[in-house]
Ligand binder design. Sequence first.
Ligand code: PLP
Length: 445
Amino acid sequence: SELVDLDAEQTFELDRRHVFHSWSAQAALAPMVITKAQGSHVWDGEGHRLLDFTSQLVFTNLGHQHPRVVSAVQEQAAHLCTVAPQHANAARSEAARLVASHTPEGLDKVFFTNGGADANEHAVRMARLHTGRPKVLSTYRSYHGGTQLAINLTGDPRRWPNDQAASGTVHFFGPYLYRSAFHATTQEEEGERALEHLAQVIALEGPGTIAAIVLESIPGTAGIMVPPPGYLSGVRELCDRHGILLVLDEVMAGFGRAGRWFACEHDAVVPDLLTFAKGVNSGYVPLGGVAISAEVAATFAERPYPGGLTYSGHPLACAAAVATIRTMEDDRVVEHAAALGEEVFAPGLEALRAEHEWIGDVRGTGAFWAVELVADRATREPLAPYVGTSPQLGAVVAACKRRGLLPLAAGNRIHLVPPLTTSATEVQEAIGILGEALGEAAATA
Ligand code: PLP
């Protein structure tokens, strides 16, 4: 067999000797070894089974080792592993058709990339060339990727060490009622005031200098802030008024995560460019892309598009996308995610909030939920700083893991973002474990 055969100890030892990890000081790292995974579960190096409510980095939307996606990759590999991007290939053609069949009306052309960051890089490049304008607006609480432009678009603190004055990016505040930048007290107020603020930023930056507004339809890593109804459509109107393109980043929120194929459907908004990755093929093989409107595509009908990638539309990644999307259609996976949100997460987490002082806010939709932990409900002081973690957050996560739940910790929040195929019983189990873990951590704090 060609399968790499190392035990957990050897895996860890070689990792620490040779692997350089993302976003981390390398010296004290102790990555969890994952030896096996199935459905909504992973097994660690000591053989413990954990409910994977991270979906790794929010990408295994069909869970681990889905047989249809595994077969698709195996069969494509046996048939034709790879071709260059300039050729046409069945897996890529069908993946593009399927993606276009689910993106909002009119986004019928797909440029494939290797992931989300490069999808955003290309979307911005298209927007700048289409409009002839230099600037791009995005929100402070956002993540758009790790490459140079994408990290400058990003609002969260990972931008700080990478900040580049010449990037042409300008940041503004998006809606976030729990920590409103606008002193709003209702979702409606928050949405309206966030739009007024954006209108002012556009006016003061100069509408004629702005190529695009880039927004996560639901900001994910930054805290799963579902925008108030009407916000995204309000942004669409501002864009239309000023000839600015709307780029919606659906890398995390798309492909069913938010209980819709794309989260922008919640507000019936059609962007000019929509970027995707992660869930498009459950992350089994790296894949991302930009879905492009007819108007933007027309800009590059006669004039060459100045960009490309060696692996654009890689057959293995596209075969995984075809199997993922067909499975989502056949098994009504998006509908299941929506039901999990409404029937299990919303009531379950509300009940948890009633019991635990540390829970300041719960919010989300579909299989996309954040629990925000605070030291004091009245002041809303976060239980961990904006950058980094805290002993209390560490204790909650450790207590979850001891009880068999792998949660995703981000700042002072626990994100619950399981595979969309997770059962209602598994979600209830996870919420139960989180409750016990909060109780234990609070008792010992
Ligand atoms: N955009 C969003 C909303 C994301 O959540 C991410 C990754 O977490 C990215 C872009 C970057 O994607 P990638 O890491 O595939 O480059």
